[in-house]
Design a binder for this molecule. Structure first.
Ligand SMILES: C[S@@+](CC[C@H](N)C(=O)[O-])C[C@H]1O[C@@H](n2cnc3c(N)ncnc32)[C@H](O)[C@@H]1O
Length: 208
């Protein structure tokens, strides 16, 4: 997988308050996802107190996870310094449990002690071809599972098609699915439609 090294990163807001983070002119994250990000975060927080997240974006899920009174540590790993700087400028009032690390998440996760996390929130914006790259996922998902404690959970960003995310199915014991209505922006290009049903999917590691 090849991510751009020095992409053009912009944050825009329309007069009606529609917020878009763009990376090399592709929509990486938009503000309408807030409710889905927060419900995903709340579900993850039911699994414990210590979390890691892939991809900061607008920081919506990060703020919700770190803002839970029960959260002890939440480390968000973001590839691009500019994304971090934009977030820090917009959110000077961050929860104490939130740590932001600039790194490639796929390198970082290998350094996490096995069994040390209660949960992982996984929302990096990856090149489209990566999502269908079976060998890539067969290499990555075991590193995510190793980092979780028994009974810990992985929540990837929601899907807008009614299918389980196949990348994780072989590696987890249980899947919790929350179907939720969503309405994106008229210009949203990364969902299957601009409104419909989204599926928050939570993959739970076996207890034993
Ligand atoms: C969809 S956004 C995350 C949105 C976030 N969940 C929120 O609530 O705002 C994806 C982020 O992942 C970052 N990213 C992409 N590849 C990454 C990688 N390999 N390691 C760390 N961050 C990565 C992108 O720069 C982008 O900021």
């Amino acid at each position: 997988m090849q991510m751009p090294q020095h992409p053009d990163i912009t944050l825009s807001e329309t007069s009606s308050g529609e917020v878009t983070l763009s990376i090399d002119s592709g929509q990486a994250m938009q503000g309408w996802e807030k409710a889905l990000m927060e419900e995903s975060a709340d579900l993850l927080c039911q699994f414990g107190t210590s979390f890691v997240e892939a991809g900061l974006g607008l920081g919506l899920s990060a703020l919700r996870i770190a803002g839970q009174p029960t959260t002890r540590t939440h480390v968000v790993v973001e590839l691009y310094r500019e994304v971090i700087d934009l977030f820090v400028q917009r959110r000077p009032d961050r929860p104490a449990s939130l740590q932001i690390v600039q790194a490639d998440f796929f390198d970082y996760i290998k350094s996490v002690p096995p069994g040390s996390l209660d949960g992982i929130f996984f929302d990096p914006a990856l090149p489209t071809s990566t999502w269908s790259d079976g060998p890539f996922w067969d290499a990555v998902v075991p590193t995510l599972v190793d980092a979780l404690r028994p009974g810990g959970a992985l929540i990837p960003f929601f899907s807008t098609v009614p299918q389980l995310r196949w990348q994780y199915l072989d590696y987890f014991d249980r899947v919790i699915v929350l179907p939720r209505a969503f309405t994106a922006y008229a210009d949203t290009g990364y969902t299957s439609a601009t409104s419909g049903r989204a599926y928050i999917q939570c993959f739970v590691k076996a207890e034993h």
